[in-house]
Design a protein around this ligand. Structure first.
Ligand SMILES: [Zn+2]
Length: 84
């Protein structure tokens, strides 16, 4: 089996026979995105502080889930064409 992930990647488990992992920078990127979206909520959209923080978190979760589904689609397509 080919090793595509770095040794520093966080192992997240297996889903449908596929190994899940994330680079450590993904956690920092998600935190930066959460803070940025929360700030946009407060300063540009006029939300209250807690509304903006929860909205920012919800947006990050929706982003993460949609990215996961997108990448999972690539993995399924690769598997169907014989790539292991
Ligand atoms: Zn893609």
């Amino acid at each position: 089996m080919t090793q595509l992930q770095s040794d520093s990647a966080l192992r997240l488990g297996r889903v449908g026979g596929l190994e899940l992992s994330a680079e450590r920078s993904a956690a920092w990127s998600m935190a930066a995105l959460w803070i940025s979206l929360s700030a946009i909520g407060v300063w540009l959209l006029g939300f209250g502080m807690w509304e903006a923080i929860l909205g920012g978190l919800l947006a990050v979760v929706v982003h993460w889930v949609s990215d996961f589904l997108h990448q999972y689609g690539h993995a399924i397509a690769a598997r169907r064409t014989g790539i292991r």
